[in-house]
Design a protein around this ligand. Sequence first.
Ligand SMILES: C[S@@+](CC[C@H](N)C(=O)[O-])C[C@H]1O[C@@H](n2cnc3c(N)ncnc32)[C@H](O)[C@@H]1O
Length: 213
Amino acid sequence: MSTPASRLMGNPLFSRIYQDIWRPVFTRAFSHGSTETADYDKALRAYLSRPGERLVLDVACGPGNYTGQIADGLTGDGRVIGVDFSSAMLRTALATNRSPRAAYLRADAHVLPFPDNTFDQTLCLAALYLIPDPLPVLDEMVRVAAPGAEIVVFTSAAGPVSSIPGVGLFARIGGFRIFGVDEIIDRLHRNGVRHVEQSLIGEGQYVLGSKPD
Ligand SMILES: C[S@@+](CC[C@H](N)C(=O)[O-])C[C@H]1O[C@@H](n2cnc3c(N)ncnc32)[C@H](O)[C@@H]1O
């Protein structure tokens, strides 16, 4: 389904300004302009790019703004694969976040082209809210995660502003979904994900969990 937001994601010019201009502003917008989401994001980036030999899947990687940084931290045979279905975003990823330890692939997040139990970490950041049928994407992320693997999500959550009547409908017309505070964690629990930790900040949520061993 084409929405204003999905058309933006396919725009080559937007893919070029996304990492340095759009994403930092949008990240702060989640915490109403304060640095709270930006601070969490900084800590998350440091965590995701910690040194180690892992196989990581970055679902809906956009221009590779996390993929490239994760690749920089990997050691040995560690690899990260960024998946997106916007060819404009993937071209920008190759131009700006290329790394010997990163690979980019065009695919739909609903049908991840990987076997079960493959990755040590699967993440989907700032994307589920743009996907018309997002919860099956979580199922896929858990399916391809190896036993014990970590699942990491950043997305919207109904907060003080988005809970105002009419705001959700307005956002949805633009192609942006506002999740109920339990929707993501409930779906992860239904998939057997354990140790689910949710941090609600303003209009957003960071969720971490692990697939059972
Ligand atoms: C806002 S960007 C997020 C980029 C990056 N993950 C971040 O955190 O900044 C959202 C991305 O989701 C991608 N996307 C949306 N629906 C998708 C789907 N069904 N399968 C794969 N990628 C999708 C878009 O093409 C876009 O690049």
